[in-house]
Design a protein around this ligand. Structure first.
Ligand code: ADP
Ligand code: MG
Length: 253
């Protein structure tokens, strides 16, 4: 059985930060109107960190996450991932990096409909080469998020909390360098939300790097560091001293 700890292979060493952004900007232009969504964002993120990007709705969190996850390009500024200048990459190179390095978890789960839990988690592996028995790998990751008993359920037959755990398993199955979770508890009841935060903390304890996007102070305090943004600018960046530990009293497995 692959544990969450062995999921996280060594990601390399050295002093190069995993993520280095300098003066990142993003604007949208519609006709003559230019909306400045990100207005000069700078920070480093090291391997193994658990960071919350926190700020009110509309502050630019998702936009920032999309740029960090190679889903969108910045308008200006500098972005290095593992020391590599991302701004110079072509779309196909970005897509390859995204498939290999990034796991995404979204508020709306984004699972395939009319498809089983197992098939959803196997999907990222079908693009990867040399992954061994993809059925077995997907099963093991689903077991690690407590869903070993739901493999053949269709995604419309499981609860919201279970859907989000499928999404986490799908994000993990390629053994990504970093996991981005955008408001992952936003569509969940509080108990399911606690379970999701518990899994994210467990993954981070096993060495995974996690960036959580949230507008809620309470949720953000499950991370080890908070980068607070407002109107597309960083207004604070600090370690969480009294970190919340998610525990719902039940062990998923
Ligand atoms: P958050 O995730 O913090 O709620 P977003 O990053 O989604 O914020 O959005 C920040 C701002 O950027 C919002 O004002 C939003 O309307 C605007 N925005 C986001 N995407 C686009 C787009 N594709 N075109 C124009 N404006 C956009
Ligand atoms: Mg958002």
């Amino acid at each position: 059985m692959t544990t969450l700890a062995t999921q996280n292979r060594s990601k390399g060493a050295g002093s190069t930060p995993l993520i280095n952004v300098q003066n990142l900007t993003k604007s949208y232009t519609a006709g003559e109107v230019v909306t400045k969504v990100l207005q000069g964002i700078s920070f480093n993120i090291e391997k193994g960190e658990f960071v919350s990007i926190m700020g009110p709705s509309g502050s630019g969190k998702s936009t920032l996450m999309h740029i960090l996850g190679f889903l969108e390009k910045a308008t200006g500024g500098h972005y290095e991932f593992e020391g590599k200048d991302i701004t110079k990459l072509q779309d196909d190179e970005l897509a390859k990096m995204r498939n290999e390095k990034i796991g995404f978890v979204f508020q709306a789960f984004n699972l395939l409909p009319r498809t089983t839990v197992l098939e959803n988690v196997k999907l990222p592996l079908t693009y990867a080469v040399g992954k061994g028995d993809i059925n077995e790998t997907a099963k093991q990751v689903l077991e690690s998020v407590g869903l070993g008993h739901r493999l053949d359920y269709y995604t419309n037959q499981i609860s919201g909390g279970e859907k989000q755990r499928v999404a986490i398993a799908r994000a993990l199955v390629n053994n990504p360098t970093i996991i981005f979770a955008d408001e992952p508890t936003g569509n969940l009841d509080s108990k399911s939300g606690v379970q999701i935060m518990e899994i994210l903390q467990r993954l981070n304890n096993a060495g995974n790097t996690i960036i959580l996007v949230t507008h809620e102070t309470y949720t953000s305090e499950h991370a080890k560091r908070i980068i607070q943004i407002k109107d597309g600018k960083i207004i604070d960046d600090y370690p969480v001293l009294n970190r919340r530990v998610a525990h719902d009293g039940e062990t998923l497995k």
